[in-house]
Ligand binder design. Sequence first.
Ligand SMILES: [Zn+2]
Length: 257
Amino acid sequence: MIESRLKSFPTNNKDREALIRKWFAESGCSGLSEQSLERKLPPNVICILPGNTPKGEAEQIIVVGAHTDHVDDFGDGVVDNWSGAALLPSLLYSLSGQPRRHTFVFVGFSAEEKRLLGSKYYAEHLTTEERARIDGMVNFDSLGLGPTEVWASHADKVLLDPLAAVAAESRLPVSVMNVENLGTADSESFAPYHIPRVTLHSLTQETWPILHSPRDKLAAIKMDDYYDSYRLIAEYLAYLDSVLKPAPAAKVDNAAH
Ligand SMILES: [Zn+2]
């Protein structure tokens, strides 16, 4: 499934969004919606997988994202970022089979290649109350060029520590590769709101030039590494559900008012 979904990439951004939406539905997503952007762009596609919030506690959320669009001019955009987007329905399916406390919100972001437009729109249009309930945002972009890498310098410790724990436990590789001198990613749209965020990728100094070039094709993907990234992310999300706790609420002295 992981490989066949990767191989069935559409080249047009509208078709990409539509196929992710179709796969979400086929993977059992009941809370499926689209968020229209204020331009002639494909929408963000959103699938909500509800969790079992213990009685008396507020619902806590983990956002899982990957952009569905690619640059039109060069290559097929299989690495950047069909490799990430195509995993969203499979991750939804794997998480839906196990009990969970968090509500997982899967988002296929539109227009990442247009200055993160889709993810910025999504983060901007959350209410303050919704933002406060998001314990973490996990993004993946350009997987499969090699072993999993993490943009650690623009990620939060509350998400990095569990990633290291899962990698050690599962013996799946992950190493630090910071990319702020090379580009950006949708996770950065959440940073201004102090939502913990992390981006997983597979880029190195050597493979970076493949993006936005005619070499961004299926042939660039190393399937074993890609599958390892999928397994790592699936285990990581399940683990985050158990370890991420709401930040202690700021004490409000009601008596003073
Ligand atoms: Zn990308």
